[in-house]
Design a protein around this ligand. Structure first.
Ligand code: SAH
Length: 397
């Protein structure tokens, strides 16, 4: 039973309390009954409308997600709790991670450190801070010192998303080194080598959540392969040793330049060069489909089409258009690897979209694997927002 604490108290509505009781960790602003005068980013005690203590949380004065629970207990010593959580997250990865120097060490709510993301790229750690509470200086210092003591990185780089800071009404801050000097590295994942530049690229540099799906796709792909939305070549590089020819397509020239450097790092004798094409994927697929191009494996890994719930219908139409064109281009026995990283597109609606595309394309799909994000991006079963990536691998006849 939590005890009374000296922390400021936030009272929440019965609906907010029911949400917590069901295992969720967020309370929306509309479910706050009173939070008068509480400074941004405070550690607060949460009570129900009768005053019963429900646990301890981090408070945001501006986000719609006003409360992110950090413990069911009363927290007397936040730095000690943070240090323990960082240590637990690292220990959890030690039980899960094989065959990679790059992986996510801390995934926000899923590691009970809401608002904090830390990725490891060999000797470089990449930090993302998403909330007022995690941005507070003492919190930053605690996290940085625990990461340093346990992992001894050569450097730590912070990646700032200006939009997130604006939403949290935090002062602007530049991305850059917070510790050490190293910003570039080469890392190995599933025996494939990648160049890494901590100050460039999308996300924190690579799409680490696809790590297990790269290996799965490589198991089944063969013949002529097309990696659409290839970025720096994640899927293409994994498929190359298994396929007769691989083409990667992306609209970002900087991404393709790194992809080409990655290909050079991994190319073995007798292996044909991967071809990189800078193009709008929608236009290219349309052209290729109408000129009767055929492939034995196609990967579709577009950016999130549904950023909000409102985009859902348009997103599903976008996914269907892409998948329909890909299905038409696959030879019998071909492999489709199709992904969505939109949380708002559920696994079942993604599969429904795919079934409908298969009908329209007059093709039959046999599911080989229905996968999600790599295990270093844990999913909390009672917090659906922690599950966002879908990757379906199917054989097409
Ligand atoms: N498969 C990649 C990640 C893809 S992320 C990997 O595993 O690393 C989505 C990619 O789509 C980004 O590289 C982005 O540049 C690209 N992109 C976005 N819109 C595009 C479009 N219309 N046509 C082609 N590429 C696009």
């Amino acid at each position: 039973m939590p005890q009374a604490s000296s922390l400021p108290a936030v009272k929440i509505s019965p609906r907010g309390a029911a949400r917590l009781k069901n295992g969720h960790v967020w309370v929306y602003r509309s479910d706050i009954v009173s939070a008068d005068g509480i400074p941004p980013g405070s550690l607060v005690t949460i009570t129900d409308h009768r005053g019963k203590v429900l646990g301890t949380a981090l408070y945001s004065s501006s986000s719609q997600i006003a409360i992110r629970m950090i413990s069911h207990e009363t927290v007397a010593d936040l730095p000690a709790l943070l240090r323990q959580r960082v240590a637990d997250a690292i220990a959890y990865r030690e039980t899960l991670i094989r065959d990679t120097e790059a992986y996510r060490i801390i995934f926000s709510e899923a590691d009970f450190l809401p608002g904090l993301i830390v990725d490891c790229y060999g000797e470089i750690l990449l930090l993302q801070i998403l909330t007022q509470a995690m941005d507070a200086d003492p919190v930053r210092q605690t996290i940085l010192s625990e990461l340093t003591d346990r992992l001894h990185p050569a450097s730590i780089v912070e990646r700032v998303d200006p939009r997130v800071r604006e939403l949290e009404t935090l002062p602007p801050r530049a991305s850059g080194l917070v510790q050490g000097e190293k910003t570039t590295a080469t890392f190995t994942m599933n025996n494939v080598q990648f160049r890494y530049d901590a100050l460039e690229g999308q996300k924190t540099g690579a799409f680490l959540d696809q790590r297990e799906n790269y290996a799965a796709a490589a198991q089944y792909a063969h013949g002529e392969a097309l990696d659409v939305f290839c970025y720096q070549g994640g899927f293409a590089l994994h498929l190359a040793p298994r396929c007769a020819h691989v083409t990667g397509v992306d609209s970002s020239r900087p991404a393709l330049e790194v992809a080409d450097q990655n290909a050079a790092l991994n190319r073995r004798d007798n292996q044909p060069e991967i071809e990189w094409i800078e193009a709008n994927a929608f236009d290219l697929l349309k052209d290729y489909a109408s000129s009767n191009r055929r492939y034995d494996a196609i990967v579709l890994d577009p950016p999130a089409f549904a950023k909000t719930k409102r985009d859902l219908d348009a997103a599903l139409r976008g996914y269907k258009e892409l998948n329909l064109r890909a299905l038409k281009m696959l030879r019998p026995g071909g492999i489709l690897v199709t992904c969505s990283c939109s949380y708002h597109v559920s696994q079942s609606s993604f599969l429904e979209m795919l079934a409908s595309a298969a009908l329209d394309a007059h093709r039959t799909l046999r599911l080989i694997a229905v996968c999600g994000q790599a295990k270093d991006h844990p999913i909390l079963l009672n917090v659906p927002e922690t599950a966002y990536l879908k990757c379906v691998i199917a054989s097409v006849t």
